[in-house]
Design a binder for this molecule. Structure first.
Ligand SMILES: C[S@@+](CC[C@H](N)C(=O)[O-])C[C@H]1O[C@@H](n2cnc3c(N)ncnc32)[C@H](O)[C@@H]1O
Length: 320
């Protein structure tokens, strides 16, 4: 099978450039996508590299998506900015995922932040973030175009440590991003990448009313444009299967599934699905603070404080 048929290579935005260090190729991402399809579970980076234009709506202040409108995370950050800056100032911020809020944190710092580090799979979002940074701050942004999952490998960890050069760091993973990942795997990555004494700020959605959350995702056309992958959308158009949302009460997460309504086999037989087979395309976990807190404590991340508003929460931890 020609990889370009299932993986829209032309939509990817990795180019070489000053300040960007890429640890991954499009070919690897395409191969991973094939693996995900075979395993019937899509990894979170795939929507962000395949649907760049749609995902950019996350950073548009006029857009109303479950990320920006309902989460109100940005309002929460603004409301508690002086408290957050007490921990952030004099540290190097390391952002796991680039966006508007990350730029706002750099802009809000009273001391100039000489260096900010950002890790993201897609350069387009990093560029967007850098464009939002106030030039008078004179902050230098170093970016790693890399998979979070590959931080279990030494090469990326070493590169990050070289950039930090022994300075204490303030890590942040905002925008409900943690909810898209295997929890144990991601928390181990944070634990193994952070130095003792570093902080980690997490932004996520609380599990207040699952039915309401499910309805919000169902009604959100923008989120659907982000998570509906071109290959599966084409199969749906051909009448081979259907997408649907559901709430998984055991895992406490909203999920997006593609279910085959007919048998499907790719020309080279690399992909074979039977009617009734299903692929878990997307998941977003919702949390209870106490439960998350104890899970993180099992991963060497000690509770410092949290703030919450409506269904959104910011939690600060220290690597111990
Ligand atoms: C939900 S967005 C949040 C962006 C930003 N933190 C915010 O709050 O607006 C998730 C970000 O993480 C990046 N991302 C998702 N999966 C990733 C992965 N496996 N490795 C590296 N970056 C990833 C995406 O490209 C995207 O920029």
């Amino acid at each position: 099978m020609v990889i370009g048929q299932i993986f829209p290579i032309h939509r990817l935005g990795h180019e070489k450039g000053k300040g960007y260090k890429s640890f991954i190729t499009r070919k690897t991402l395409a191969k991973r996508f094939m693996g995900d399809l075979k395993n019937r579970k899509i990894s979170p980076e795939q929507y962000f590299v395949q649907n760049v234009e749609a995902a950019k709506t996350l950073y548009d202040p006029r857009a109303q998506t479950v990320y920006t409108e309902f989460s109100a995370e940005e309002a929460l950050i603004n409301q508690h900015i002086s408290q957050i800056l007490e921990y952030l100032n004099c540290r190097v911020p390391v952002f796991w995922g680039a966006g508007r809020k990350e730029a706002a944190l750099v802009n809000a710092s009273s001391n100039n932040i000489p260096l900010a580090i950002v890790i993201d799979i897609e350069k387009a979002y990093v560029k967007d973030m850098i464009d939002r940074i106030d030039l008078s701050k004179r902050s230098r942004v170093k970016s790693l175009i890399a998979l979070f999952q590959s931080f279990s490998e030494d090469e990326q960890k070493k590169y990050l440590q070289q950039m930090l050069d022994g300075k204490p760091a303030f890590h942040a993973c905002l925008g409900t991003t943690i909810g898209n990942f295997n929890q144990h795997e991601l928390f181990m990555i944070f634990r193994d990448t952070m130095q003792v004494g570093d902080y980690l700020l997490l932004g996520f959605q609380l599990e207040k009313d699952p039915e309401k959350i499910l309805q919000e995702y169902r009604d959100d056309r923008l989120i659907e444009d982000i998570v509906k992958l071109p290959f599966l959308a084409a199969l749906e158009d051909k009448g081979v299967g259907l997408h649907s949302w559901k709430y998984n009460y055991d895992e406490h997460q909203v999920e997006y599934w593609f279910t085959f309504t007919a048998d499907y086999e790719s020309k080279d037989s690399a992909l074979v699905f039977r009617s009734g087979d299903a692929i878990e395309v997307f998941r977003s976990k919702k949390y209870r603070v106490e439960q998350l807190r104890s899970e993180l404590e099992n991963h060497g991340l000690q509770y410092v404080m949290h703030v919450a508003k409506e269904d959104h929460c910011l939690l600060l931890l220290e690597r111990v």
